[in-house]
Write a protein that binds this ligand. Structure first.
Ligand code: AVI
Length: 322
């Protein structure tokens, strides 16, 4: 395999794909799954019965709406800042309650995608009229930085969906530390963590019989084809999931079913795959209490409260600054 980038890289996507496919072992970053098609596939994943995370978290938010809302409240009202709001299905459970009970709050969903924010804003305004919604377009950290001085009110930062699980521990600590640095002493962080459980249940969630997770994973190849002039045939790759119950790490791979060379125009490069060679594409970390406590502690946070679903598959934690 020859590494011949003709010029400098035009985008971070281009550079990261180049690095990942010229490494040994090969990898691609899961954040690039989420283009318009990837977003839609993820919506479908969240609606699958096998993807228990959605219903577990929804169950927690429905069962503990009142105490959660109460813990958010503060004398001067509060700003509810959600990082990565998506379609807001779960958040709306909280928003409806907060609205009905006349809590004094503003809802600030943060997302990189203007489109996602527009759709979310329209649906929140329609379903829960009267809510003070102020969408914030941008990366999490740039937005958090600017929100640190946005108002004098208490900030409640919401991160649902166990999104932190897509980060290696080292990066998860950095993520939490960035949030911690934007927090004032009275602020709080409300975050979902998928828990260690029967390994079969985890494998089933990431290896569904409908092939939706496979299409989601392979969207990386489809996107390389579209955006970088790649010539991947996704059918020649197998979606493969592993789960290590000791570390709690679920890993997704794409495995080449044959010895092949794939041309990528943007790099003027043929990438060689041995038969059964893998591309690592995603981690979905599962947690236990000790690990959550350790990650939080390393980031200068402490656990204040936790809420679990009836089977203890999933937990939402409230963190404060240490
Ligand atoms: C967004 N993230 C938390 C999902 C997860 O569970 O890791 C993405 C996903 N990958 C496969 N299915 C869902």
């Amino acid at each position: 395999m020859k590494s011949i980038p003709t010029t400098g890289f035009k985008t971070a996507f281009e550079e990261d794909v180049y690095k990942g496919l010229t490494s040994h072992p090969k990898y691609l970053l899961s954040k690039y799954i989420y283009d318009e098609k990837g977003d839609k596939l993820f919506q479908q994943i969240m609606d699958m019965p096998e993807y228990y995370l959605t219903n577990c978290e929804l169950g927690i938010l429905q069962e503990y709406t009142a105490p959660i809302a109460k813990s958010f409240n503060a004398a001067g009202g509060f700003d509810l800042i959600e990082l990565g709001a998506g379609d807001g299905k779960k958040t709306k459970v909280l928003l409806e309650h907060l609205n009905e009970q006349n809590y004094d709050f503003s809802y600030l969903p943060v997302d990189i995608s203007e489109h996602v924010l527009k759709v979310l804003e329209a649906s929140v305004r329609k379903e829960i009229p009267g809510i003070d919604i102020k969408p914030q377009q941008g990366t999490y950290f740039k937005t958090l930085e600017s929100l640190a001085d946005f108002s004098k009110r208490k900030k409640v930062i919401l991160v649902l969906g166990s999104n932190i699980g897509n980060l290696l521990h080292e990066n998860a600590i950095e993520f939490l530390r960035n949030i911690q640095q934007a927090m004032a002493p009275e602020d709080m962080l409300f975050m979902g963590f998928d828990q260690k459980k029967n390994p079969q249940k985890i494998l089933d969630a990431y290896n569904d019989p409908h092939g939706i997770t496979e299409a989601f994973n392979k969207n990386l190849l489809v996107r390389i084809n579209y955006e970088l002039g790649g010539e991947f045939n996704p059918d020649t790759f197998k979606h493969w999931e592993t789960y290590d119950p000791e570390t709690g790490t679920a890993k997704s791979f794409l495995v080449s079913k044959l010895d092949q060379e794939v041309f990528i125009e943007a790099f003027n490069l043929k990438v060689h795959f041995d038969a059964w060679e893998s591309i690592h594409t995603e981690i979905s970390q599962k947690y236990d209490e000790k690990v959550v406590e350790w990650l939080a502690g390393e980031a200068g946070l402490k656990i204040e409260t936790r809420f679990a679903d009836s089977e203890d598959c999933y937990r939402n934690y409230i963190f404060r600054k240490k």
